[in-house]
Design a protein. Structure first.
Length: 282
């Protein structure tokens, strides 16, 4: 898809399954199951969407990198991975790992940073050898100071090797003061899901796209109170989501959704009861 003089392409890291309560938090099952029915284990399908952005200078940036497949048999059974992985999706676009110049992580949970590294000869190494990996400094600190609530979400092998390889850049930013990573691409801290959760804004020729990360993971989550059960700062996330949705509607921004199993690129529009996501081509 064209955005001004920038190209944005979906590079999906397959589909996996998460607990419905985890995805929809306090929303009753009777409501969310109308949108996405659960299986007999109360799990719903979610996508591991990454977005390949070819910037105006030709540099390729990857927004998120999925859950990966380097998991033991127990994890494989829990999450029921399906479909081609991220590297296969990139190859279908004619892109090799060495072609990626930036990998932009919304946060460091394993379902978003799992494919940042891979195991080679008993050691974990960056999956994209020429890329600068981006995360917020706050997220890095919290990933290394886990508690009973957060411990299960972080796996050091997904991100510590990035620092050891000298490929990790930690960014200090806020919602009001985003940081430009390279012309046409900036990071803004949203909080909500985690303290250091980031969104990424792409701009070109007066057009804008926003990669929401877990602040707005699927089209169902445009309802303000529909936030995940693992959001650490739910009120902050709800308020920031409403603010950015309003800006997106006014500006006609594209929305890039990380866990949407249908078409994950579209726009936000005002509906009768709440903001709605309209996929490209609908």
């Amino acid at each position: 898809m064209r955005l001004g003089r920038v190209e944005i392409a979906l590079a999906r890291d397959g589909v996996f399954r998460l607990d419905g309560g985890q995805m929809y938090g306090i929303v009753p099952r009777a409501l969310w199951e109308r949108v996405l029915p659960a299986d007999d284990l109360n799990r719903v399908p979610v996508a591991g969407n990454a977005f390949l952005v070819t910037l105006e200078d030709g540099r390729r940036a990857l927004l998120e990198c999925g859950i990966g497949r380097a998991w033991n048999e127990k994890i494989q059974k829990i999450y029921s991975f399906e479909g081609p992985g991220l590297l296969d999706s990139l190859a279908a676009l004619g892109v090799e790992p060495g072609d990626v110049g930036l990998v932009c992580l919304s946060h460091l949970h394993f379902d978003h940073a799992g494919r940042a590294t891979y195991e080679e000869k008993g050691a974990w190494v960056p999956a994209f050898p020429n890329a600068e990996y981006i995360a917020t400094r706050t997220e890095w600190l919290d990933a290394h100071n886990v508690n009973e609530r957060t411990r299960a979400s972080y796996r050091a092998e997904c991100y510590d090797p990035l620092k050891s390889a000298g490929q990790l850049r930690l960014v200090d930013a806020t919602l009001e003061e985003p940081v430009e990573l390279t012309p046409g691409l900036e990071l803004l801290v949203t909080g909500g899901h985690t303290r250091g959760h980031a969104a990424y804004r792409v701009t070109s020729a007066g057009k804008t796209a926003l990669f929401w990360g877990d602040l707005l993971p699927t089209r169902a989550h445009t309802r303000p109170a529909w936030i995940t059960g693992v959001d650490l700062y739910p009120y902050e996330g709800c308020e920031t989501k409403k603010r950015l949705m309003e800006e997106s509607i006014k500006g006609g921004w594209l929305a890039l959704l990380v866990h949407e199993t249908g078409e994950p690129i579209g726009t936000l529009e005002r509906g009768e009861k709440h903001v709605e996501f309209r996929a490209a081509g609908e």
